[in-house]
Design a protein around this ligand. Structure first.
Ligand code: ATP
Ligand code: MG
Length: 450
């Protein structure tokens, strides 16, 4: 097998070899190359010690950050390359990282500490492919398999459990049976992994091209850090709009959503409250009243727990809160919904609704998608002139109301909302004087003298 490495990588390897060290491209870049995918970056491993790498590559631009872990980052022609000394890991006691690492001279030993066979291959032009754990064969068979004993490997570093799911979801590879059994058995060890690392892997898992299979098969693994998902598994909806249980439906919605962190997290969590809002009427039909609102709150709690950024949390929350709204495709109702979501999130909301629809009873899909298209068309028309309808763009604000003698914050909020409604309906111009007289009228109606 010949792998066409970028010129820069060849030069780095060549430089190290000329100094008497061995050096290889390794890991993800070799996996991707064997699969015929263009690698997004190239990592290099070598027998040279960190300081020897530094002195060998003196003319290159060295970035010092990883040095104490024995990783040297060099910048060549504007691209970064990580060069790591061959190592074997010492004892693991915290399910996270080794207590020590030992630098070694044999590439095979370095490959042995790597997570999966498909990630444990190295290559250079002189020796070709170094594949002592049958990574190539597993790529051919489309399998994610631990290097060595899965129980041991997941106990060493439990993050590998989520990495297995992420690679499976991204590459469409099945998880080999012993590795899969071990994942189920050891999932609880994820409790020892930091939420930041968990969140990064979770996003990778739900964003993968083949996430549907992975999510369907491993809800319990996600349940270790999002236990709120578990009651959805197998929950029959008893509703003519649905033919799938809540988890199966959720998985389909994730898979049918556009890619990206916000969309996929919103999809994953959109029905999180359904099991907690379930009622059955006397005809035996299931209902989930209030699940979008409660779900938005639950999702925000979950994402805060996973230390996601505030911008993502607030967008996901809005998408979930309004995911079940069904405005008629007419300007007034569409404007009203836009005033709540903001113009920026309206199209994402329609995308979520489409994905949600695709996970419902197939006989209802076509008609529902048609209505969503119509709503989006109306949205394009009502926003064509750039006018936004929300409390902030209203031509009056809290100070104007205070000047009219209204001092209570809640009442100010209520009146501004009411005025916004009137503007959206088209019964009052979004213009200061008209709005102030509408406020006076409103106050009369409420029995409060102005
Ligand atoms: P990606 O395309 O997502 O970057 P990758 O395989 O390059 O995939 P990285 O996280 O960049 O993954 O890691 C580079 C390599 O380091 C992996 O291919 C694997 O050999 C090894 N590796 C990374 N994380 C672990 C881990 N937790 N345990 C064992 N080996 C690991
Ligand atoms: Mg990588």
């Amino acid at each position: 097998m010949i792998i066409n490495m970028p010129q820069d990588v060849r030069e780095i390897i060549d430089t190290l070899e000329k100094k008497g060290y061995s050096a290889y491209a390794v890991g993800g870049c070799i996996r991707d190359s064997v699969m015929g995918i263009q690698p997004h970056d190239w990592d290099i491993c070598t027998s040279a010690m960190p300081e020897e790498i530094l002195s060998s590559l003196g003319r290159h631009n060295i970035i010092e950050s990883g040095l104490k872990h024995g990783t040297v980052t060099v910048k060549v022609n504007g691209r970064l390359y990580e060069i790591t000394t061959f190592r074997s890991d010492g004892k693991y006691t915290d399910n996270r990282r080794p207590e020590s690492v030992t630098f070694i001279t044999d590439v095979k030993e370095d490959l042995e500490r790597r997570d999966f066979t498909v990630n444990a291959m190295a290559y250079n032009d002189r020796y070709g492919l170094c594949d002592c754990f049958s990574g190539q064969e597993d790529i051919r068979r489309k399998l994610i398999r631990c290097v060595g004993d899965p129980d041991m490997r997941f106990n060493e570093d439990a993050l590998r459990i989520l990495r297995a799911l992420r690679f499976s979801s991204r590459l469409g590879f099945e998880i080999e049976e012993k590795t899969a059994d071990s994942i189920r058995k050891n999932a609880g060890l994820l409790k020892n992994i930091s939420v930041e690392r968990i969140a990064a892997e979770l996003i990778g898992i739900i964003d993968g091209e083949y996430c549907e299979t992975v999510l369907k098969e491993y809800p319990d693994v996600l349940g270790v850090f999002i236990p709120e998902l578990i009651p959805a598994v197998g929950l029959d909806q008893h509703n003519p709009h649905h033919i799938y249980d809540v988890w199966t439906h959720t998985v389909k919605v994730v898979a049918n959503s556009p890619h990206g962190k916000v969309m996929r997290l919103a999809a994953l969590l959109h029905d999180i409250a359904k099991p907690f809002c379930y009622t059955m009427d006397d005809r035996g039909i299931g209902h989930f009243k209030g699940h979008p609102e409660k779900g938005a709150e639950m999702a925000a709690d979950i994402l805060r727990r996973l230390h996601l950024d505030n911008d993502t949390i607030s967008k996901v929350k809005i998408l979930i809160h309004y995911h079940d709204r069904r405005p008629l495709p007419e300007p007034k109702q569409v404007r009203r919904l836009v005033s709540k979501t903001g113009a920026e999130l309206f199209v994402p909301l329609m995308q979520l609704k489409r994905a949600d629809t695709l996970g419902q009873n197939p006989v209802t899909i076509e008609e529902k998608l048609r209505v969503i298209d119509e709503i989006e068309e109306v949205f394009r028309n009502v926003t064509a002139d750039g006018t936004e309808y929300n409390i902030r763009t209203l031509a009056i604000n809290g100070s104007d109301l205070k000047a009219l003698g209204i001092s209570e914050g809640r009442q100010i909020g209520r009146i501004l909302k009411q005025m916004l409604e009137l503007v959206i309906e088209g019964s009052v111009e979004n213009e200061r004087e008209s709005l102030l007289s509408a406020v006076r009228e409103y106050l009369k109606g409420e029995g409060i003298a102005d």
